[in-house]
Design a protein around this ligand. Structure first.
Ligand SMILES: NC(=O)c1ccc[n+]([C@@H]2O[C@H](COP(=O)([O-])OP(=O)(O)OC[C@H]3O[C@@H](n4cnc5c(N)ncnc54)[C@H](O)[C@@H]3O)[C@@H](O)[C@H]2O)c1
Length: 267
């Protein structure tokens, strides 16, 4: 952790945080796992800035610490972290939960759609790590949301699986480079968690049952369980370069046949 004296904490906070308290930014913090992580980090005493697409922040109206960002726009990511540092005087914890997915088989995959998913999930995460780490001092930590799909292939998920596998390796490389500066870089790789991202797939007949049949603990995760892992990692001062499986044991079995279920349901 990076508690500093009030004198080191920089300019007066506009968000009323306790001097010396940790400042966190959750990118993709308006929904799902990100929103649960915002709440968990606040419970843990952090001042938390919620960063998300302007449209998503609008839906999460009422969060006084919301900042619009699009991770596919490097200038927007840079402005986010420069602004937080200027307002809060420090940057301790960054969680990158921005993500999108798509379903298409390789031979039919529109390349623009492939690029869109990589742009958000991989290049976007790169921009977040880059611009956050430029402004962190020793004790800072970046936590990305990778996925079970970083290690487990799913038919129809070439873009998402490739992006998340890339993000897992990016996490390791960044941890290697930033360790000597005392900055930690880790990722959480969740299995199925029901959120706005995954809820639509649960309506496809057979999909939910297939997930659960391939999950030894027999249930999906809750966003709060992933958020708890993020809080743990934020405090685990000897942990870096880790991509933490958190999936009820699903990595021990096989990924559901999404393409098969879609084909049987819709022809
Ligand atoms: N839900 C799951 O089962 C699951 C499993 C493994 C990994 N993940 C990963 O966890 C993360 C959070 O997923 P979730 O289920 O909470 O999804 P979600 O859709 O509820 O939240 C994702 C957030 O990312 C934001 N976002 C999308 N594009 C963005 C962009 N260009 N710039 C900034 N923000 C952007 C969205 O507005 C949204 O608020 C994602 O990276 C996802 O891939 C989710």
């Amino acid at each position: 952790m990076t508690d500093t004296s009030p004198a080191e904490a920089g300019p007066t906070s506009t968000t009323g945080r306790t001097p010396g308290g940790r400042v966190a930014v959750v990118v993709g913090g308006a929904s799902g796992i990100g929103a649960a992580t915002v709440a968990a980090l606040r419970d843990d005493g952090c001042t938390v800035v919620v960063a998300d697409l302007e449209s998503a922040l609008g839906e999460a109206a009422g969060d006084r610490d919301g900042v619009a960002v699009d991770v596919t726009d490097e200038a927007s990511v840079e402005a986010l972290f420069a602004g937080v540092l200027e307002r809060e005087g420090r940057l301790d914890v960054v969680v990158n939960s921005a993500g999108v997915s798509t379903l298409a088989q390789v031979v039919d995959h529109p390349v623009d759609e492939f690029r869109r998913v990589l742009d958000v999930c991989l290049t976007g995460a790169f921009c977040v790590i880059k611009h956050a780490a430029q402004r962190m001092t020793a004790g800072g930590v970046v936590i990305s949301l990778a996925s079970l799909n970083a290690r487990q292939p799913g038919a129809g998920m070439a873009a998402y699986c490739s992006a998340k596998a890339g993000l897992a390796m990016l996490t390791e490389v960044a941890a290697l480079e930033l360790g000597p500066r005392g900055i930690r870089v880790n990722a959480i790789a969740p299995g199925l968690v029901i959120t706005p991202l995954t809820a639509p797939a649960m309506d496809i007949p057979g999909v939910r049952d297939d997930y659960l049949a391939n999950t030894p603990l027999g249930r999906p995760g809750r966003p709060e369980e992933v958020a708890d892992a993020a809080v743990f990692i934020s405090r685990a001062e000897w942990l870096t370069g880790e991509v933490m499986d958190l999936n009820g044991g699903a990595h021990l079995q096989r990924y559901p046949d999404l393409v098969g279920h879609v084909t049987r349901a819709f022809g």
